[in-house]
Design a protein around this ligand. Structure first.
Ligand code: CMP
Length: 136
């Protein structure tokens, strides 16, 4: 079925000039960009987006990182988009992500892993409504 997934291209990717490379992975796979915006994520937005992680020990540095510079927020659409985005992104830890994936090819970090993708239909619905309420 056609699905939509929320993607955040994180500040490390923007700083490193990898936005085009990351977008190319999604576009060449056949996913359609529904909307896209360069935005500076605030601490409050981070807390809401990562609500399920705020109590974790890794959250304070993650919050500092995700607010450290502009990110690119977008919504992509296509058949099985949620699983497809997760497969293109690769494992969370860039050191363990398979070569050929975005993280596997460009990240050597568990935190600065370039890209976020919704992990389920529930989180996709929640994240899209949060970041792009006009798409609700
Ligand atoms: P993301 O897919 O955006 O979801 C949660 C984020 O937290 C994850 O990508 C990483 O950036 C970060 N993260 C997850 N686990 C760890 C960890 N063990 N140490 C540091 N950062 C982590």
């Amino acid at each position: 079925p056609t699905q939509r997934s929320f993607v955040l291209i994180k500040p490390d990717a923007v700083r490193r000039g990898l936005v085009g490379a990351v977008l190319s992975r999604f576009e060449s796979k056949g996913l359609r960009i529904v909307t896209l915006q360069l935005r500076q994520v605030t601490g409050e937005e981070s807390d809401q987006h990562y609500a399920e992680h705020v109590e974790r020990p890794f959250y304070p540095p993650l919050r500092a990182f995700i607010t450290s510079g502009p990110s690119v927020a977008l919504v992509v659409e296509g058949d099985e988009a949620i699983e497809v985005v997760r497969a293109l992104n690769g494992a969370t830890d860039g050191r363990k992500a398979a070569p050929g994936t975005i993280r596997g090819d460009f990240s050597l970090s568990n935190r600065e892993n370039l890209v976020h993708g919704s992990d389920s239909q529930e989180s996709a619905a929640r994240e899209i409504a949060f970041w792009f309420p006009e798409l609700g």
